[in-house]
Structure formats: C-alpha cells, structure tokens
Ligand binder design. Structure first.
Ligand code: G3D
Ligand code: MG
Length: 199
C-alpha cells in the first residue's frame, strides 16, 4: 500500500526517448522499435524513500507532442517534470526552452530536472554537455545525461526528482499524516489510451 502519490511528467520533443525512459525505469524493458501511442498514458512504480512507500505515477505524452496539443490538464496536479532532450539532436534541446516556458505559464511551482537522453550515442553527439550545464546553472535546474537503452543514470534522475518533490511536500506538511495521503491513491494499473483521462 502506498503512502502518497507523486505525479511526474515526461516532457520533450517527439523521439527523444520519453516512452523508452518510462518503460526502462518502470519495467526494466527497452525495445529498439515500437509504434508510439496516441493519447495520455501513465505507468506506476512504488519507490521507497525515507520510509515512505511512494507511488510514482509517471505520465508520458504518448505522441501528443507532435501535434502541440498538450493541454493544461496534463500539468494539473503534477508534482514534478522531467524535461527530456536527445543529445544527438540539437533541435530537441532548443525545444526544451519552449517546453519550460509552456509549463511555467501553467504552473510555476513544479519541481524540474533536465535529462539529455541517448548518451550511449556519444559519437553522434550534437549538444555539448558544457553548454547545457551553463543553461542549467542559469535556470537553477539539475542535469542528468541518461540512456534508456543502456540504463545509464535513470535511477539517479528519478531519485533526484523524488527528493525534490519530497522536500516540497515535507515543507508543506503533506507528509506528516500517512492516512491523509491514502485518499489520493487511485489506480494501480497501467492506464491505456482510451480510458486514460488526465487527472
Ligand atoms: P518518444 O517517446 O520521446 O517519442 P521513444 O521517444 O521512446 O519512442 O524513442 C524514440 C527512438 O529513440 C526509438 O527508436 C528508441 O528505441 C530510441 N531511443 C530511446 N532512448 C534511447 C537511448 O537511450 N539510446 C538510444 N540509442 N536510442 C534510444 P526507433 O528506432 O523506434 O525510432
Ligand atoms: Mg512516446
């Protein structure tokens, strides 16, 4: 039984590896090729942190990013965002600035970290880490270079966003009473496209 839910969003351009990261982290599963789904989709994973069983609800944009149709509903009740770009695709890093702006217009209080995915493809690198580190310093955001394929830095990245969200909830006294949070538990199962409504 989980004590509390953390709603974490995966945001970034199409093909940066959002779905792959989610599947690898939740199921330790990576597929070289699969068709993207359309609609909102989330998976859950129980994560033990500081004695709390935290239910991570990890939301994937599941293809919608292509149509720029992500609505404010997607951000509703979110706790944290993983902004993701692809280190082999410069445009995907440029895109992060727009995604950040868009999310801040909707909710400026969310915890955020930045992921440069596909770091296993270092030979094809198109975005230098030093440049992103400078961007991160200016924007006060942590950077992790990850590989969903080779399972590099995924645990570390998720641990960091959990730490940040945990601290925020702690400061708001939302963690004191474990019974309080049990009312937030909604559904253990993976919600698939058709019946998945963004909470
Ligand atoms: P998206 O959900 O952001 O749109 P996907 O991205 O998870 O669908 O991934 C897009 C493509 O990138 C997929 O390849 C996937 O296998 C690949 N990919 C995702 N993460 C990594 C990674 O860390 N390293 C490498 N090398 N590839 C990755 P296809 O061939 O299906 O387009
Ligand atoms: Mg996807």
């Amino acid at each position: 039984m989980a004590d509390i839910i953390f709603k974490i969003l995966l945001v970034g351009d199409a093909s940066v590896g959002k779905t792959s990261l989610m599947l690898k982290f939740v199921d330790n599963h990576f597929e070289n090729s699969y068709s993207s789904t359309i609609g909102l989709d989330y998976q859950t994973k129980i994560y033990n942190y500081k004695g709390y069983n935290i239910k991570l609800q990890i939301w994937d944009t599941a293809g919608q990013e292509r149509f720029h149709s992500i609505t404010s509903n997607f951000f509703h009740n979110a706790d944290g965002i993983l902004f993701i770009y692809d280190i082999t695709n410069r445009n995907s890093f440029e895109g992060i600035k727009n995604w950040m702006k868009e999310s801040e217009e909707i909710d400026n209080s969310l915890q955020k970290i930045l992921l440069g995915n596909k770091c296993d493809l270092n030979d094809s690198r198109d975005v230098q880490k030093e440049e992103v580190e400078k961007f991160c310093n200016e924007n006060n955001i942590d950077l992790f270079e990850t590989s969903a394929k080779d399972n590099i830095n995924l645990e570390e990245a998720f641990k960091r966003i959990i730490e940040l969200v945990f601290k925020t909830k702690e400061a708001q006294n939302l963690l004191k009473n474990k019974d309080l949070s049990s009312s937030l538990i909604i559904n253990d199962n993976i919600k698939k496209n058709n019946n998945a409504k963004c909470c």
